[in-house]
Design a protein around this ligand. Structure first.
Ligand code: CA
Ligand code: CA
Length: 228
């Protein structure tokens, strides 16, 4: 027993009071404190191996978490860029204005590509525009006479070629950016390459995912002559 109340110091005295005389317990001196820290340090040293093993288990999770933050941050940033770019391009498109030497379609494509601020190669961006006469026609099939009554269009059945491309289409939208008063759907599809490739098991071995931004506008009646 290190401490006893039965020595000459009486109850509450320390064991070393047998040598130094009676005294009560007090705060450790700086020397005693350093000595204790060395002891604790030795104890910690003995646990270094355990800490390394714990870190070895935690490190992959930490790296994947950081990669996920980077990937989702970049995806959200890219989505935001493309939505802004396509809104800007559509606002230009509704005016009917075409700069000298550049078609409206090319100018709209240029604006969307510039909106990507070089984060995506032009080859990885697909821009499409579909033109409709009104909003309710968006995504609707061209009307047809269902001769065999099976509920779907079959070759040989009569149809109304709304978009004038010489064939029946499940979506009657026409190509181009439309004329005055037309409804136009702008869509930009980005073949986005992941930055770290650490999340390939989630997104697929190609390390790519598809991002899409879309907007619908009606063109201004820009060919209508101004009134008196
Ligand atoms: Ca049919
Ligand atoms: Ca057609």
């Amino acid at each position: 027993m290190l401490y006893s109340g039965a020595g000459p110091g009486g109850p509450g005295a320390c064991a070393d009071s047998w040598i130094t005389g009676p005294k009560t317990m007090s705060m450790p001196t700086p020397i005693q404190d350093r000595s204790r820290r060395r002891g604790w340090r030795g104890l910690w040293r003995s646990r270094d191996g355990g800490a390394l093993i714990e870190f070895a288990f935690a490190a992959p999770l930490l790296v994947v978490s950081v990669a996920a933050v980077i990937e989702f941050g970049m995806i959200m940033f890219m989505n935001s860029l493309m939505e802004g770019a396509i809104r800007e391009a559509s606002r230009f498109g509704i005016t009917g204005y075409a700069p000298s030497g550049v078609s409206r379609e090319q100018e709209i494509a240029n604006m969307i590509l510039e909106g990507a601020v070089g984060l995506v190669k032009p080859a990885d961006i697909t821009i499409s525009t579909l033109v409709y006469s009104n909003f309710s026609s968006i995504g609707q099939p061209e009307p047809f006479v269902d001769g065999n009554g099976n509920g779907s269009f079959d070759p040989g059945e009569t149809y109304n070629d709304i978009n004038g491309n010489g064939q029946w289409d499940a979506d009657m939208g026409a190509s181009g950016v439309g004329g005055p008063g037309d409804v136009v759907v702008y869509t930009a599809t980005v073949d986005w390459s992941l930055v770290t490739r650490l999340l390939d098991p989630v997104f697929g071995d190609t390390g790519k995912m598809t991002l899409k931004a879309s907007t619908v506008v009606r063109n201004e009646p820009y060919n209508v002559p101004a009134g008196p």
